[in-house]
Write a protein that binds this ligand. Structure first.
Ligand SMILES: [Cu+2]
Length: 132
């Protein structure tokens, strides 16, 4: 009986630990289409007001696109009553099979996200939005 209690306690502590670490590890990721390209933008950490390290991975027919000539990330918030238009634009740099860069969300709210991709002389645009 004592052993059963011990096992139950260990399991409880173990599950609690897993739940906590899982929560901390939970970053951000969103996927969509830009023409025939599949685009994912993600962050290892949850998105925050301020600086965020964003990774953009692109694939075509299930294969990673590593030869894009340009990958640009733009975030903006339209003008609102009492608030000017805000934006941040970054040219992303190749990093492994993806493209990375830093983007700054200057405040909480809904941000429009655009990713402009140029590849083999063609231009693609991915549109998304996030709520901070
Ligand atoms: Cu605003």
């Amino acid at each position: 009986m004592k052993n059963l209690i011990k096992i139950a306690m260990l399991l409880t502590v173990g599950l609690f630990f897993i739940a906590c670490t899982d929560d901390k590890a939970k970053g951000f990721s969103k996927t969509g289409k830009a023409g025939n390209l599949s685009v994912t933008y993600s962050s290892e950490k949850p998105l925050v007001v301020g600086n965020n390290n964003i990774t953009v991975s692109i694939s075509e027919n299930g294969k990673a696109v590593t030869n894009a000539t340009k990958v640009e990330l733009k975030i903006f918030m339209p003008e609102m009553p009492g608030m000017p238009y805000m934006e941040d634009i970054k040219l992303l740099t190749p990093s492994g099979d993806a493209y990375g860069g830093n983007i700054n969300f200057s405040m909480g709210g809904t941000w429009q996200v655009k990713i402009f991709i140029e590849k083999d002389g063609k231009k693609y645009k991915y549109s998304s939005s996030i709520i901070l």
